[in-house]
Ligand binder design. Structure first.
Ligand code: NDP
Length: 325
């Protein structure tokens, strides 16, 4: 039957945070389409997860050209969802997509050329049945394409009306600095940096990415904030048959070493002392950094989302706790 969004969707507890020095507010928890929205996944389930999310004020959905599998199919799912459910709410949604990884065969379906980025976004818009995206990302740094070519393509994409804002993901600090300057000088300020920050991987803090974003007024959104599910109760007692580690190819069994398991158990005990789930504590730790705009979670069920949303109201961390994390 027809989806009718919850009338109280902005009174259900979601908090919004300004994305750097911009006009955009993002929900503190956003939803990613990397897994669970592909052609291989159950559409009914994907639909249920997005309805639940939007009803709780999750206004930001994050995609990429090659999310699936197969490639392109997560965007096709979004297109179907637009027609089935979300068209009336288009202006309440902040939708992003990306290009930068392998998408189609040959030399023009990968990396950071103008040729690739512009044609990829055209394809993405068709699959998503959208006229424009709110945010378009360069998905990764390309060491072989002049940064100015990639950046000018992003500027031109905004000028053409196919995206409202520009982001970059996984660029090293030196290239981030070039991007901030170039985009500012071309009247298309960089909105946001997407990087992996979580309790297993603090490299954006260590490498100075977070400081740079904060100083320059750029938003920061953390992908894989739960380390693909490691920072939850999922793997505390073995590897469930329906988990990403069993089903997917990106979270490999070798990643669950004794050291990792010991760290997860330690963090789980800390969370229990806070009367929180590990997932909740892991997300609120990320959000406790002022420069972080949002955590970009994945979910294979509405129950997971429900648990993860609790991070919005989580308590503060004492210095002792932070030291022990
Ligand atoms: P997470 O670290 O949030 O992992 C999500 C997975 O963890 C779920 O699919 C689920 O796996 C498990 N999970 C989530 N919540 C719970 C819970 N409460 N209890 C138990 N298990 C839980 O994020 P992702 O790795 O999915 O990444 C999120 C988004 O970030 C992506 O969708 C994408 O948009 C973006 N991203 C961007 C990248 C980039 O290069 N820019 C790279 C990677 C991601 P299970 O299937 O086992 O239930």
């Amino acid at each position: 039957e027809k989806y009718q969004a919850d009338e109280l969707r902005y009174e259900n507890g979601m908090k919004f945070k300004r994305c750097g020095r911009s006009g955009v507010l993002l929900p503190k928890l956003s939803l990613g389409f990397w897994h669970n929205f592909g052609g291989v996944d159950d559409y009914g389930r994907s639909r249920e997860i997005t309805h639940y999310a939007f009803d709780k004020g999750v206004t930001h959905f994050d995609l990429a050209n090659n999310y699936g599998p197969p490639y392109g199919s997560a965007e096709e799912t979004l297109g179907r969802l637009m027609d089935d459910s979300f068209r009336p709410y288009r202006d309440e949604l902040f939708i992003s997509t990306k290009a930068g990884y392998d998408m189609w065969p040959g030399p023009y379906g990968n990396w950071g050329s103008r040729k690739y980025l512009i044609s990829s976004l055209d394809q993405s818009l068709k699959r998503m049945r959208l006229e424009y995206v709110d945010l378009f990302y360069s998905h990764r740094y390309d060491p072989d394409t002049p940064l100015e070519e990639t950046l000018q393509a992003l500027v031109d994409i905004v000028r053409s009306g196919k995206a409202l804002y520009i982001g970059i993901s996984r660029w090293p600090l030196h290239a981030l600095k070039v991007a901030i300057k170039y985009l500012r000088e071309h009247d298309t300020p960089l909105l946001i940096y997407q990087g992996r920050l979580n309790l297993m991987d603090k490299s954006p803090l260590e490498e100075g990415i977070i400081d740079e974003c904060s100083r320059e007024g750029i938003g920061f959104i953390s992908f894989s904030p739960l380390a693909q599910g490691l920072l939850t109760d999922r793997y505390l007692n073995g590897i469930p048959f329906d988990s990403r580690m069993t089903r997917g190819k990106f979270l490999r069994k070798e990643m669950l070493t004794d050291d990792v398991l010991a760290r997860i158990r330690h963090l789980n005990e800390m969370a229990a002392r806070r009367r929180e789930t590990l997932a909740e504590m892991a997300l609120s730790w990320i959000l406790s950094h002022d420069a972080v705009t949002s955590v970009l979670v994945g979910a294979s069920s509405t129950e997971q989302l429900e648990k993860n949303l609790k991070c919005i109201d989580a308590g503060p961390f004492t210095d002792d706790m932070l030291d022990a994390m």
